[in-house]
Design a binder for this molecule. Sequence first.
Ligand code: ARG
Length: 466
Amino acid sequence: MAKSSHATWGGRFTAGPAELMLEFSESVSFDRRLAPFDIAGSKAHAAMLAQVGLLTAKERDAIRSGLDAIGAEIAAGKFTWSTKLEDVHMNIEQALTQRVPAAAKLHTARSRNDQVATDMRLFFKHACAALGEKILGAQRALLAAAAANRDVLLPGYTHLQRAQPVFLAHHFFAWMEMLERDRARFATVAAHANWCPLGSGAIAGTTLPIDREFTAKALGFVDAKGRPQVTQNSMDTVADRDLFIEFAAACALFGVHASRIAEDLIIWSSTEFKFVELPDAFCTGSSLMPQKKNPDSCELLRGKSARLHGNLSTLLTLAKGLPLTYNRDLQEDKPPVFDSFDQTAICADVLAGTLAGMEIVRERCAAAVRDPALLATDLADYLVLKGVPFREAHHAVGAVVRLAEKNHVELNQLPTDEVKKIHPAFGADWLEVFDLARALAKRAGTGMPGPAQVARQFARWRKTLR
Ligand code: ARG
């Protein structure tokens, strides 16, 4: 029995594993999604074995077409997976061996340890590219929303208290920067993944005359100049799970960003703010209260981010106490990685859909940004330009704010002579400060929310997201 179902390692065993152990230790239920990468790795490995004379050309070709046939069956959902065979690697190898006798030679100079490391590096390269595209989709939706509301001003907040006026596009471009860093981070993780583990064997390579560079090239583990990149220490290669952690961290940080964007939208969509009307397609109603329209897509973006953090935490904890090199604990590295990938992918799509469908409520933004208190800092700057030290100016404007509050009037409704009594540097022109367009135009430096800078950022993002 040990021989029939565990031909890959059953030689030294007299009895097979208990049913319970099979159920406990199988990973094929989740690692079967690595099949396309596992097959690509095996084809490249077979090609290399033929190249160095460990397989004949005929054997290599038989293995290759057998793997292609299995790949097609898997893609069509016709392949029979067996938990008895533990994992994706043994399922494919056994199926191949049943069809192609030469497949008994395929595992020459290879271990599942370098094999799974290779499969995962191929997965990470694919996953990072896919997530980069999805985040790009969200960024494009954001750019379109910024363009459609280019002239809208609204208050910027600190401590969730009205602070200073900004263009809505400037707020959107803050989100854009967050998403751009995420995209760059996934590109970095992909670059870190771009080193081929094959040839590291179980822990100490092989005595056979293999060609690691050949396999690396065949699998696309190459630098910008097409030179093969192979990992440099066999023990580290099979023990290392840094990429898993980096990938999960990139997902978790994207989750933080999506969650913060979602939180802004949740606040803005409340009746109290109503700066934005979220798309019906991404909201739900209440089963009890007929008037309700809840911002569920945003709330779930916020909620999913917790799950992404959890996955990162799982991986850090999994790796931290392990002695070198491979330990079976490491099989548990895949569910959190796959979950992070799947959830990040759908979060990016949902974010894009929510951003694409939202409507800005212009009157509400305009009403809020009309609050002259938003320009209190500009009033202090006005005094500074009259030669008043900033601390003194800040104090004087504070007194003006207090007086307005006491008189129950807006800041710019106070009589000029009252204001002059607070500080003699206030002149007849002090009310000009409250011209919003003028106030924005003065914010002209790089990174500031003035119209010239916002125009520059529009040009930049149009170019970057093309
Ligand atoms: N299914 C295993 C994993 O995901 C593959 C590597 C198994 N290696 C071993 N020495 N048992 O980690």
